[in-house]
Design a protein around this ligand. Structure first.
Ligand SMILES: [Zn+2]
Length: 188
């Protein structure tokens, strides 16, 4: 089993007051259903640490080769952001990113993979009944706040929010979008 290199897509400071309290700030939501482009079920695993500062997600294959999403410190993020991180990481499995060579960090190919994963995530939030309580604005606001707190420049935040707004407004279902990506990649 070859080692799959992965990136942490989100490094987010969700709560500036985290250091002043030991109790979690947010209830952790149930993970979504997720299978990869090969039809394998993706397992979501909690990975928390006592001095949690960040909510983050990581899509990878584990030591046994099973597709997983690690959820780091989700109690540090509000529900809309938890949902977005879950679905973004799932999208890396749905599109086959996990089993493809990992492009260099911040290369155009890498940024494209991230934009695609963001797009799939917001389409699932838009269309899936289990996320009916979550509006686009909830995601955009919590994502923007978290990125801002983590020190991302305004241009990074606005371009990311602009991408998901474009997807949310203009695109058909996540399933159709994923099909298009897989076809373009010769994975379907
Ligand atoms: Zn990502």
């Amino acid at each position: 089993m070859r080692l799959i290199l992965t990136t942490i897509a989100f490094i987010l400071i969700a709560s500036p007051g985290w250091a002043e309290t030991e109790s979690p700030d947010h209830a952790v939501i149930a993970p979504p259903s997720c299978s990869n482009n090969l039809g394998e079920s993706v397992l979501f695993k909690e990975r928390n640490s006592d001095n949690a500062k960040f909510a983050a997600g990581m899509a990878r294959r584990d030591g046994d080769g099973n597709p997983v999403v690690n959820r780091f410190n989700f109690d540090q993020a509000p529900a809309p952001l938890q949902a977005f991180i879950d679905l973004h990481e799932c999208a890396h499995h749905q599109t086959g990113d996990i089993d493809r060579p990992h492009p260099p960090r911040n290369s155009p190919e890498h940024l494209m993979n991230e934009s695609i994963a963001d797009c799939i995530a917001i389409l699932r939030i838009r269309d899936d009944a289990r996320y009916s309580e979550i509006d686009f604005a909830d995601v955009a606001t919590s994502l923007g706040e978290a990125m801002g707190t983590a020190g991302f420049p305004e241009i990074s935040i606005s371009s990311r929010v602009s991408n998901i707004r474009h997807c949310h407004t203009n695109y058909a279902s996540a399933a159709t979008f994923v099909d298009g990506v897989l076809t373009e990649r010769g994975l379907k």
